[in-house]
Structure formats: C-alpha cells, structure tokens
Design a protein around this ligand. Structure first.
Ligand code: PEP
Ligand code: MN
Length: 259
C-alpha cells in the first residue's frame, strides 16, 4: 500500500471536510467540491473527542465506511482522528491518514502505538499541538511518532488556550516559522478550531498561507446550521470555494500551489 503524502515540496496540502462525518449525502457533497477543485484529501471525524458525553460522539465505524467509499469514488485520500490505541487497527483499514488531536498530544502510549503501527507502511500522521503545550514539548513528543521509522509525520498548529476569549483559541501563527527553523517536519495550520466562527476563518487561512504553512485544515459542511458539531465555524461549500480562490492567489505569491 502506498499512501498520498501530506507534504509535497512547493505545495500546500488542503485538508478540508466536515468536523464530523454525519452521513453519506453530506460527505458526497463535500467530496464532489474537493474533487472539482483539484484537491486530494478529505477530512472527517468518526470517533469525536467531545468535551461533554451528551454531545454527538460520531458515527464510529459506519462513519469510516462512509468516508472510505466517498473518498474512493472521488479520488480523495481520507484523514480521521484516532482517539484510542484500541481503534488504531480498525481506523487504518479505512483511511489514508491518521490524525492525533490536541487532547491527545501528550498521550504517549497512543503515540507509541501509532508509531509502531505505521513503522513499516509509513501511513501519514497529522499531529496536532496540545492547546496548552509549548513548541518544545510538541517537537519533543513528535519524536515518539518518528522514532520507529515513519517519515510521514506532519505537525498541526490549531490554537492555544489563553486569556483571550474573542476567539475560540489563540492561533499561534509564529509556530509556522519556529517549526521550520527548529524541525525538519512540515507544518499544517488548522484555521477553523482557533477561529470558532466562520467570519474569522478567511483571515486566519490567508495568514497561514502567507506565513509559509505546508498545509491548511478547514472545516467545511454543506449545511453548517445543521452540523452535529462545530456548526459555528464550518464554511459552506460556496464560502470554501470563494476562499480557495483567494488563497490560491496568495499561494502563488509565495511560489506554491494548493492541492
Ligand atoms: C478535529 O480536527 O476534528 C479536532 C477535534 O481538532 P482538535 O483536536 O484540534 O480540537
Ligand atoms: Mn471540529
């Protein structure tokens, strides 16, 4: 099995898709948009790490099956979060890339298990920064993921918990040049979770492209008002396509394409 890498020189990898996989129709609409725009990845959560046990927990394996089917038909690689060591094997049967969420940045047993599971096949891994972790802590822990031999690890800045409450999390845009200076690993910027609201997403995404991000993550939903999680921050398909056009102009100015 060969996987589509998350990092390609000269390219910004777009990781777009809904917060949660909610059904086949929802995923179909998003996937069709991504394919017609020449993008290669779709994201979606199947096992959601929700702060409340009463919130939507995700469709589980059924969600993975839906995303795998939609991804195959639209020629898209698929990315989803793994929340527990017990789910690594199952998840790897369905997806093209694994995400480690902010709440699991320091779950070292999960990191070791993912490193072991991807040691030979080199499945891409997107590793989010803990919302209260320093860059040093994050880079140090990233070595758990690479130490068994998987070179396809990408970091992802997704905002920090600070005293500021005007945004959901404080996006540390400086993490991009700092990581480029201190690490050989590429870096993605998730612009949706720090924004928390749709109207802030475009500015954060433009800043991430201009700052030199190797990848951008954006949550997109056909009908955000009905989303089962993170509705306030998800772009409609039309909003996403408008933003993508603008981002492509900025990417061109820094000598990159968005794929
Ligand atoms: C996500 O990307 O689906 C997610 C839950 O993000 P984070 O771990 O950054 O909160
Ligand atoms: Mn989300």
């Amino acid at each position: 099995m060969t996987y589509d890498p998350l990092f390609k020189e000269g390219t910004i990898t777009m990781l777009a898709g809904p917060c949660s996989i909610e059904g086949a129709e929802q995923m179909e609409e998003v996937a069709a948009c991504l394919e017609r725009n020449g993008l290669h990845w779709i994201r979606g959560g199947a096992f959601k790490p929700r702060s409340s046990p009463y919130s939507f927990q995700g469709l589980g394996e059924e969600g993975l099956r839906i995303m795998a089917d939609v991804g195959a038909r639209h020629h898209l690689s698929t990315l989803t979060e793994v929340v527990d060591t017990k789910l690594i094997g199952l998840t790897m049967e369905y997806v093209g890339g694994l995400q480690i969420g902010t709440r699991n940045m320091a779950n070292f047993e999960l990191l070791k298990a993912i490193a072991a599971a991807t040691a030979e096949n080199h499945m891409p891994v997107l590793y989010k920064r803990g919302m209260a972790a320093t860059i040093d802590e994050w880079l140090s822990a990233a070595e758990y993921l690479t130490m068994d031999g998987n070179p396809n690890v990408m970091l992802c800045e997704r905002g920090l918990r600070t005293f500021e409450s005007a945004t959901r999390f404080t996006l540390d845009i400086a993490a991009v040049p700092v990581v480029h200076k201190r690490s050989l690993l590429p870096i993605c910027v998730d612009v949706s979770h720090p924004a928390g609201q749709v109207d802030l997403v475009p500015s954060l995404a433009k800043a991430a492209v201009a700052a030199g991000a190797d990848s951008i993550m954006i949550e997109v939903h056909p009908c955000p008002a009905q989303a089962k999680s993170d509705g306030a921050q998800q772009l409609t398909i039309a909003q996403f396509e408008d933003l993508l056009r603008e981002l492509r102009e900025i990417a061109a100015a820094v000598g990159k394409t968005i794929e």
